[in-house]
Design a protein around this ligand. Structure first.
Ligand SMILES: *Cc1c(COP(=O)(O)O)cnc(C)c1O
Length: 414
């Protein structure tokens, strides 16, 4: 038999918009013994996870639980459960993940209405509110933090407009949850999807979601129709019933309720990981965690600007956890990334679609978001750019970041 080497992944400094480095406490949690999914010891861990998710999402919603799958599984679960074929879904798009909401909504049979913004900027909330009143969608689906462009969308008044017009507001907060404030109840968000491998710093493989009674009412209405049809011996009607079994929130919430109706087998080790990751987030405290993300972002930006690099995107809507840098003219962005990885063990991200070859993206998320990593990436990037013959101000970046840290995190103009 062919012999395979021992598994020995390199220790990397991961400065991408996910997946990011994971706290050893979370990795340790994943190595604990398996419990059966109806073992009271395990259901207690499920309940505690739901409680901590309520704090994370800043909500009183009963329904806060993870979907087993990567973040887009959470998006898909919410959309397939709330969209009935023919429903109008308004999607404001300002980057790649807005297009994902369109794609999934179309597969659910929605009539999608798109609002588009040039990449690198976001919407004035008024523009979205106008569209809500004009188009009267049943659902508004939008992204909070766009990792593809490094922009963050403000929500002022959008939740209220959705209540007035009886629309459900579904928000992809995959990139922001645990790194930037996401106030589910205060902003009147009806369903929110988070991610694990970004600011929560848990491996990829689960998608925590929350939703309120407005969403639940629609899910239960579809479930009642389904049950009625079955009792009458009729075939399930496509469109009326939820088109997915795995992602049917009606069944999932029965599994996460005291009824514990069997659905799938909960991903035991991932649940341990999520529970430990949430414990770390709440021990740090949300406000302090958000401040930490802003502090290291500011140090990184100070260093990049001192080096003479320019940032991409409207600074007024910059996402604190992703910094996009314009690749200087004539530089092979992929060659720079390869040297960072091969010589320094640092990973930064490239970009998608219209931005391919135009920008690099540096994440400052979760466990990866720390002074050591910021200084490490600035020093390495400077060296690699000099190696590539780029005309930058050598010696300035680390001094600017160190000066920022010495002033203990005071805001620094760039
Ligand atoms: C990363 C990301 C996703 C997709 O996450 P997967 O875990 O890869 O499925 C969706 N939306 C946003 C905003 C993201 O940043």
């Amino acid at each position: 038999m062919k012999s395979y080497r021992d598994l020995s992944p390199s220790l990397r400094t991961i400065m991408t918009p996910g997946p990011v480095e994971v706290d050893p406490r979370v990795l340790r949690a994943m190595s604990y013994p398996i419990l059966g999914q109806f073992d009271p010891e395990f259901t207690e861990l499920m309940n505690e996870t739901m409680e901590m998710l309520r704090d994370l999402f800043q909500t009183k919603n009963q329904w806060c639980f993870p979907i087993d799958g990567t973040s887009r599984s959470g998006i898909e679960a919410v959309l397939v459960s709330v969209i009935e074929p023919g429903d109008k879904v308004l999607v404001p798009i300002y980057g790649r993940f807005g297009n994902l909401l369109v794609e999934i909504s179309e597969r659910c049979g929605a009539e999608v209405i798109m609002l588009e913004r040039d990449w690198g900027a976001v919407f004035d909330p008024e523009e979205i509110i106008e569209a809500i009143h004009r188009d009267k969608p049943q659902i508004v689906a939008m992204v909070h933090g766009e990792t593809s462009t490094g922009c963050i969308q403000p929500f002022d008044g959008i939740g209220a407009a959705c209540r007035e017009t009886d629309a459900l507001l579904v928000v992809d907060a995959v990139a922001t949850i645990g790194g930037v404030a996401v106030e589910t109840d205060a902003w009147q968000l009806d369903a929110v999807i988070g991610g694990t491998q970004k600011c929560l710093s848990v491996p990829s493989g689960m998608a925590p979601i929350t939703y309120n009674e407005r969403v639940e009412a629609k899910v239960l209405r579809r479930k009642t129709i389904e049950r009625g049809l079955r009792e009458k011996g009729a075939e399930a009607k496509p469109g009326k019933t939820v088109a997915s079994n795995y992602f049917d929130l009606g069944q999932l919430q029965d599994y996460w309720s005291p009824k514990r109706l069997n659905h799938h087998t909960e991903a035991t080790s991932m649940l341990y990981a999520l529970r430990e990751g949430l414990r770390i987030v709440l021990q740090e405290r949300l406000e302090e965690r958000f401040a930490r993300h802003r502090r290291h972002e500011a140090a990184l930006v100070a260093g990049l600007c001192a080096m003479g690099l320019s940032l991409y995107g409207d600074p007024d809507c910059k996402l604190p956890v992703v910094t996009c840098i314009r690749i200087p003219n004539g530089v092979d962005g992929e060659s720079v990334r390869a040297m960072l990885l091969n010589s320094f063990g640092i990973e930064i991200a490239s970009s998608f679609g219209p931005l391919k070859g135009q920008i690099w993206r540096i994440g400052t998320m979760g466990f990866s978001c720390n002074q050591k990593n910021v200084l490490h990436v600035l020093g390495a990037l400077e060296a690699v750019l000099l190696w590539h013959g780029v005309d930058i101000s050598a010696g300035k970046a680390l001094q600017a970041a160190l000066a920022f840290y010495a002033r203990k995190g005071e805001e620094l103009p760039c």
